[in-house]
Design a protein around this ligand. Structure first.
Ligand code: ATP
Length: 260
């Protein structure tokens, strides 16, 4: 495998502006194949915008990116290789859970026998079999979320982009979700995981990137990020996150220091 093949995602100067707002600013990052990349950042940091660019749903204002080796400017080449769970799972209320997944499998050209086997096994894994023939309009938020995740990985994409995958899930379902993500990564699927639930990232991520005001302000494995640069002491990922994303003044120093 050449070094380039080893990368699931590579971005170079990726930027998105909405009028006066720069949602994502000059983002340059690499994500290795088969890893779980925890993408963190405060509300409004630009995480969703980044994922929308990487999944070809929004065009960058500047910069380039490749996902699974394909330029995001070439939507038709990229989409077979990716799956996306956005904040609101894209499902049809009038379909049953099973019909929704069969429909998604059809869009992805998964052979019928394979599709059926994967759908049944994932429905069972997520404890949805008993409700699989109910219409999605009667599903809870967590049940919709489960269907959304299953359809994001059903075609076994190279890279799955998951925005808050444990949102709305009860503790048992959240555990299943974390186990599923770990299994998929073991099978060499790359998981680009955005969540505010830091213990999930701490448990699963091989690498973490922290976005703040559209800029990548820290990157490293969880242990590195948790180790204070100055003292070498360990801290929680939450403490690290809060410190990294503290508002910065003109000099790039934490605001209270910058004001001195
Ligand atoms: N379609 C849009 N039009 C104008 N501004 C937008 C649009 N989408 C996002 N923004 C702005 O871009 C910035 C980044 O938003 P984004 O949704 O990417 O953040 P986020 O990190 O996903 O936040 P959250 O954690 O709250 O989901 C915000 O200032 C937001 O208001």
């Amino acid at each position: 495998m050449s070094p380039v093949d080893a990368l699931a995602i590579e971005t170079d100067g990726l930027t998105k502006r909405y009028g006066e707002t720069t949602a994502v600013s000059d983002l340059t990052m690499d994500v290795e194949r088969g890893t779980v990349y925890g993408f963190l950042g405060p509300n409004g940091a630009g995480k969703t915008t980044t994922m929308r660019m990487l999944t070809t749903l929004t065009k960058p204002t500047a910069g380039t990116a490749r996902v699974a080796g394909h330029s995001i400017a070439d939507r038709e080449s990229v989409t077979p290789h990716i799956g996306y769970l956005p904040e609101e799972p894209p499902v049809y209320d009038e379909l049953t859970g099973r019909e929704q997944l069969e429909y998604a499998a059809g869009l992805r050209d998964i052979p019928e026998d394979d599709a059926e086997e994967r759908i049944e096994s994932l429905l069972e894994r997520f404890d949805l079999l008993a409700d699989a023939n109910k219409r999605i309009e009667d599903y809870s938020k967590g049940m919709r979320q489960k269907v959304g995740v299953i359809q994001a990985v059903l075609h076994e994409p190279d890279v799955a982009f998951l925005d808050e995958p444990t949102s709305g899930l009860d503790p048992r379902a959240a555990r299943t979700m974390r186990d599923t993500i770990a299994d998929l990564a073991d099978r060499k699927m790359t998981i680009f995981l955005s969540t505010h639930i830091l213990p999930v990232v701490d448990e699963l991520a091989d690498e973490i990137g922290v976005l703040h005001d559209g800029k990548l302000v820290a990157e490293g494995d969880p242990e590195t990020l948790k180790t204070r640069a100055e003292t070498g002491d360990a801290r929680s990922l939450e403490d690290a996150f809060l410190e990294i994303t503290r508002d910065h003044g003109e000099e790039g120093l934490p605001r209270e220091q910058a004001a001195e």
